[in-house]
Write a protein that binds this ligand. Structure first.
Ligand code: NOJ
Length: 519
């Protein structure tokens, strides 16, 4: 594929770095910018085009940094602004683009604006930057629930309530307030001027709330996957914000991009975020949440491509991120989960558009389900009354080496912020590098080969049933999602996710196995 500078994002493979858990440069047990810098050569060898780095801003870390206290600095836990500049320079020299997270739906309660709002009167301009309302008698202003569990409103001693779709420490901003809009445009420019290649927009579907804040009528339900229309998600007004942001982004060359974290009811709704005058990409959560099932995957691929075509945006594909169970575990765990995950990456990388990888999936890491409760840090654990373990299990620090107290995540002697299971020594990057049977080498080979696909070629070569078959010019991918071994026409196999056999002019493709071939 061509990666010319104007269109690099159209087919880019973008690797999510969850900063706290990627690499710890200073040995305090928490990943940081120095750690990322030290591992750039690994990412180059892996073959990705860009990094998305989760929030590094000063923060009380009530939600892993998605509670931002200052949008123009770096938290000392992660480094300094100079470290950010150095990381951008190193990445550029290594040929990697860098996208940073921007969190516009809410600030931290420690942000100067919220502190000023607390000190001010109900009805004051300071409170007008957030969503403050009087209650209904003793009750909150409406029935909205926090995505993390519990109600979405907290009452102040003076009787006013404020909205927080997430944790109580994450008050929602009011995007009908002009100061809020101006501030974020200025924040975008701050990071663009520093040299970032784009933004990942947190809760991109949440910033604008329905006028009058009507009840949602979804008591007892929360979560990002709700497919019913909700008065606080996917409101038409958000698109106006992105049209303004696009104007800002378009003043930079080469083009800077933004990707929407927008959980929507259907791909057509997602496509609205990437109309030509809005954002560039949106995560494909419909793909992420599809079952390991031929009909389900075929449907979501078809619908995603069909939804993106009229707006001219590239489709995107993703299997895991820092908010969901790792897909090895979702796909059944153990050997089954791993076999499916190996097949899944070959299918995903054969699709046209851009791909998001989540750190550690290239090592075949599974969700850690048995973390000690007292170590859990995700606010979901507390807010759900200990009924939902939360997302710490996909955030366990990466294993880089076969030895050392932190398996190379940090210097020997350091203790990672969440414990790594002992068997991850065998899954470390060091253990897998050079082993042709490893997941890491499968990813490396696939990413290398993918660069030779022609960006514009894509066809189904599929006749329904349990085998999904797609074509990219002279390349093809077949994946068997059925229970039985499938017969597919023999071809020159260039990569396989697992063993297969050749029988005359056919390939015998075992269950949960994918191959790439070349004509
Ligand atoms: C989505 C982020 O990915 C998640 O980690 C965070 O908790 C919420 N947005 C709130 O910012």
């Amino acid at each position: 594929m061509t990666h010319d500078d104007q269109r690099w994002w159209h087919d880019a493979v973008i690797y999510e770095v969850y900063v706290r858990s990627f690499a710890d440069g200073d040995g305090d047990g928490i990943g940081d910018l120095a750690g990322i810098r030290s591992r750039l050569p690994y990412l180059v060898d892996l073959g990705v085009d860009a990094l998305w780095i989760t929030p590094c801003y000063p923060s009380p870390m009530a939600d892993g940094g998605y509670d931002v206290a200052d949008y123009r600095d770096v938290d000392p836990l992660f480094g300094t602004l100079d470290d950010a500049r150095a990381l951008l320079a190193d990445a550029r020299a290594a040929g990697l683009k860098v996208i940073v997270d921007i969190v516009p739906n809410h600030t931290s309660s420690a942000h100067a604006w919220f502190q000023a709002a607390l000190a001010a009167e109900p009805g004051s301009p300071e409170r007008a930057r957030y969503v403050f309302r009087p209650g209904r008698g003793e009750d909150p202003p409406n029935d909205w629930e926090s995505v993390f569990g519990g109600r979405a409103w907290t009452r102040l001693p003076d009787g006013d309530w404020y909205l927080h779709l997430f944790d109580t420490t994450q008050p929602d901003l009011d995007w009908s307030n002009h100061e809020v809009r101006a501030e974020f445009e200025s924040v975008l420019r701050f990071w663009l001027d520093l040299g970032v290649d784009g933004f990942r927009v947190d809760v991109a579907h949440g910033m604008v709330k329905q006028d009058g804040l009507p009840d949602a009528g979804t008591a007892g339900q929360h979560g990002l996957l709700e497919s019913r229309p909700l008065p606080y998600f996917d409101q038409d007004g958000v698109h106006e914000v992105y049209r303004e942001w696009r104007k800002v982004l378009d003043t930079y060359q080469p083009p800077r991009i933004a990707v929407a974290e927008a959980w929507t009811a259907a791909p057509e709704r997602t496509a609205r975020y990437v109309r030509p005058d809005e954002l560039h990409q949106a995560f494909n959560f419909h793909y992420l949440t599809a079952e390991w099932d031929a009909a389900a995957l075929r449907r979501v691929i078809t619908e995603s491509l069909a939804a993106m075509a009229p707006v001219g945006a590239p489709a995107t594909w993703v299997l895991s991120n820092h908010d969901v169970r790792r897909h090895v575990t979702r796909y059944g765990g153990g050997e089954t989960g791993l076999r499916r995950a190996r097949a899944a990456i070959l299918l995903m990388l054969a699709l046209p558009g851009s791909v998001y990888l989540y750190q550690g999936e290239e090592l075949g890491l599974e969700e850690i389900l048995d973390l000690p409760d007292e170590l859990r840090q995700d606010p979901v654990w507390e807010r759900s009354g200990h009924t939902d373990p939360g997302r710490d299990g996909c955030r366990v620090p990466l294993p880089w080496t076969t030895g050392g107290s932190a398996l190379g995540f940090g210097p020997d002697g350091s203790t990672p912020w969440l414990p790594q299971p002992a068997h991850w020594a065998g899954l470390s990057a060091q253990a897998q590098a050079g082993d042709p049977a490893s997941v890491l080498e499968l990813y490396r080979s696939a990413l290398r080969l993918r660069r030779t696909f022609s960006a514009n070629d894509f066809d189904w070569a599929d006749s329904g049933g349990e085998v999904i078959t797609v074509r990219r010019g002279g390349f093809g991918c077949a994946v068997n999602l059925g229970k039985d071994t499938a017969r597919v026409p023999a071809a020159r196999v260039v990569l396989a996710s697992g063993p297969y056999t050749v029988d005359g002019d056919e390939l015998l493709l075992p269950t949960d196995t994918a191959v790439w071939w070349q004509d």
